[in-house]
Write a protein that binds this ligand. Sequence first.
Ligand SMILES: [Zn+2]
Length: 275
Amino acid sequence: MDREETAAAPLGDAGGLDTYRLDRMTWRDVDRATGSTSTLLVPVGATEQHGHHLPLGVDTLMPEAIAERIAERVPALVAPSIPYGVSSHHTFKPGTFTVGSETFRSYVRDVAASAADWGIESVLLLNGHYLAQDPELEVVVRDLRIDHDLDAFHVPLVNVFSDAAARVRDSTTTFHASEFETSLMLALYPDLVRMDEAEAVEPPADSLPLTAYDALGDNRVGWALSADDMAALTHTGNLGDPTTATREKGEALAAEAVDNVVELVRALEAGERNR
Ligand SMILES: [Zn+2]
């Protein structure tokens, strides 16, 4: 089968853009779709404070929109998102939900493992709450591979847009609700961003040795922030300078994330067909 031809063909017969979204499909749609793809994209997010200028759902909204863009380019199903994550360090502001590390791991693992029963062979966990819940999702991926025979991948968004991020970046620190997330939101959900309320908050220059307050930072030792730490570091809730964000930067980040994951899905689908 010609790969390019397959990649360009939308799933299902309805022809709409939503034929890959499981929450809008019937079980018979899914049954048909798994004849054309064995890949499931699971947006994994959080509901937590993102400063004065961004909504609580940023970490879920970003991977959701990126998953949809991926599924418009390559055959893949998009699962309903996981909207609650490990956010204990953000509970110093209202509206934040958090679940324990073990609860989160079990829940995401069970959700993803369900798909193995109906023809899914590859699961990509698109992590919009990157850095904070990377450890949990690395363990989930290992469990899915070992215990459920799924080709599972942890895809932190920051890792798949890191080249574009290094290229477009203007701010010194971009850690939470700052240049990258605000730019992505300006590209994906402009109506939800209040740029007039965005404010730069810089963490102390003398951060702990071997650690960095930066999404692209090279942390050489593992560490985490508590809610008290965050409350002491930022009065708005963001860390970094969101005023440097633009829609164009966000488009560049989203485009690179989509291109990279599309490439991975194509490789997985091609490999599975040749098996
Ligand atoms: Zn976030």
